[in-house]
Design a binder for this molecule. Structure first.
Ligand code: FAD
Length: 531
């Protein structure tokens, strides 16, 4: 005790604690003081560097790596800061789409001394929210402002999950640090499964946009790219239309095309213009919604569920059925199922969660791999996209031509039974009981049924009529790949065009689209440097 009053130092410890010992930095400080024989008053600060929940056994532990400041105060920010110089007078790059791909491309361009000019068909992240509310209220979807289109892209109103299968550790850390610099909680740097939450993400996105503007970049909302500006085999800009007054605009510069997986008009334009693209596999299925309490009970092996100190439980399932993957996708513990269509005459569902993951439900996509050869023998490059469109339209018809989503209880689906009624759901536009086992594509039905039986065997209680399947989940990734060179990331034929992010078929998820955005910006800077 005497020692700790006079000695100042920074120590790192690996700890394995019960959830109630780990839930705040204050509580962790008290534990360390007891454990190491320190006076708690000498611990000025505890910084959690890594945190993961170990729920494999009946007793749940949290594994932590912490940095403890004893008679010291942290001198540094908990995240690495990036400098953004003024680039208003520097060469311009047109960035189409302000999703994670476009945002991170723009910020990286600024770092490298180039001026991003962002054009985005949707509205700013706050205005956009009003159109999302109207989907539930009026059952009408604005084709330019919805859960996929608008500032922040498809990830803005999401769970904000930030984990990725990308192995590029440095690149992942950079993306997370940039998020923190723009207001995301620094816990995302420590958590094994970080997420921001749909209530916090809009502010972070707004701050990122403000960095672009302060650095001299431009952001044009409600401005939709209609075509590329071509000079021989070189892209020198884009043609666009300002949606508020229909004015035609031209933006000049090399183009980072980050329009996401739902910009079907862009895919159609590329196909019509004979710009090299290829069809790509996707995954298709339903959103599965359980009571959150049930998932907590299963995953934490306890009748009490998660209790006061644990986060809403996650799961991840995967199986092979008849040569195709069946798996859970984009799980949203304590979240909502949302209407994610991008136009009239479609139903598409997806999921999002608030930061506290505190709703009564936990949902996840349950999807089956679909390869281009599964949707027809023809060589139409847009055939997977047309398959998505048909399914979304069928679903809308089954939903009485509103955003009311067709749904079925889980065990009823597996047993080919219509559900007489449906469980309470977070899906705000409402559900309608429907025989999904009858009208979904055969290749999806049988594989989902088998997959659910397998998952039910692995997790007792998971296959239950307390859960509902909500149709239809189709926007899991891009149905098209825009072909680009592996080294330069430029389009295989068109110089000056950098297909980027999820829509180009090279990323999936917020972090991976962000990483791809940064890489495209670097390659674009190299291209401009060579000229
Ligand atoms: C509801 C939902 C929840 C999700 N949850 C998560 C999650 O928790 N974690 C995760 O990692 N991923 C999640 N995803 C996936 C993730 O959002 C995407 O992988 C990611 O946003 C892809 O980034 P992107 O920049 O490539 O494309 P997008 O985010 O799709 O952005 C494309 C942008 O381009 C704009 N655009 C399109 N066409 C044009 C045009 N012609 N002119 C101008 N602008 C145009 C669009 O309006 C949009 O803003 C979720 C997706 C959805 C829909």
């Amino acid at each position: 005790m005497f020692f700790s009053y006079f000695c100042s130092m920074i120590q790192e410890y690996q700890l394995r604690l019960l959830p109630e010992q780990a839930f705040s930095e204050e509580v962790i400080a008290r534990f360390i003081a007891d454990d190491k024989g320190l006076d708690v008053r000498t611990i000025n600060h505890v910084r959690v560097l890594k945190r993961s929940v170990d729920a494999r056994q009946r007793t749940i532990y949290e594994n932590l790596k912490v940095r403890v400041y004893i008679n010291e105060f942290p001198q540094d920010e908990p995240y690495e800061k990036t400098e953004y110089p003024f680039v208003g007078d520097r060469p311009r790059v047109v960035v189409v789409g302000e999703g994670p791909g476009g945002l991170f491309a723009s910020l990286r361009l600024i770092e490298l001394g180039y001026c991003p000019v962002v054009i985005e068909r949707g509205k700013d992240v706050h205005e956009r929210k009003k159109d999302l509310a109207l989907i539930t209220k009026t059952h009408k979807v604005d084709g330019n402002s919805n859960y996929c289109f608008g500032e922040g892209g498809a990830g803005a109103y999401s769970d904000g999950k930030l984990y990725t299968r990308s192995k590029k550790r440095g690149s992942v850390a950079k993306i997370l640090n940039v998020f923190c610099q723009h207001g995301a909680p620094t816990a995302i740097l420590a958590d094994a499964h970080p997420h921001i939450g749909t209530d916090k993400l809009p502010r972070v996105i707004e701050n990122m946009r403000n960095t672009i503007l302060k650095s001299g970049g431009e952001v044009h909302f409600q401005t939709k790219m209609t075509s590329l500006l071509l000079e021989a085999d070189k892209v020198v800009g884009v043609e666009a239309v300002r949606l508020s007054d229909g004015q035609q605009l031209t933006f000049r510069g090399p183009v980072i095309l980050a329009t996401g997986h739902s910009a079907r008009d862009i895919y159609q334009y590329l196909a019509d213009s004979k710009i090299e693209i290829e069809s790509k596999g996707i995954a298709v299925g339903v959103r599965l919604e359980h009571p959150a309490q049930l998932i907590d009970q299963i995953q934490y092996h306890s009748r009490e569920g998660r209790g006061k100190y644990l986060p809403a439980a996650e799961y991840s399932f995967v199986a092979q059925v008849d040569g195709r993957g069946v798996y859970s996708f984009c799980m949203c513990p304590g979240g909502f199922v949302i209407p994610a269509a991008t136009g009239a005459g479609q139903i598409v569902v997806n999921g999002m969660s608030p930061a506290n993951r505190g709703t009564k439900w936990s949902n996840s996509g349950m999807v089956v791999e679909v390869r281009p050869e599964d949707v027809g023998p023809d060589d139409d490059v847009l055939k997977v996209m047309h398959f998505q469109e048909r399914l979304e339209h069928d679903c809308w018809q089954q939903g009485n031509m509103r955003q009311t989503a067709p749904a079925q209880r889980m065990a009823d689906f597996v047993n080919n039974r219509l559900s007489y009624d449906l469980p309470e759901s977070s899906y705000a536009p409402g559900l309608i009981s429907s025989p999904l086992h009858f009208w979904l594509p055969k290749q999806i039905i049988s594989r989902l049924q088998e997959g659910f039986k397998t998952f039910g065997r692995h997790a007792r209680g998971f296959l239950t009529n307390e859960a509902a399947l909500i149709a239809v989940e189709t926007r899991t990734s891009s149905p098209v790949r825009i072909l680009r060179d592996r080294e330069t990331l430029q389009h295989v034929r068109l110089e000056g065009l950098f297909p980027c992010g999820e829509g180009a078929g090279y990323a999936g998820g917020i972090v991976s689209a962000g990483i791809d955005g940064e890489r495209c910006a670097e390659m674009c800077a190299e291209y401009l440097g060579r000229k």
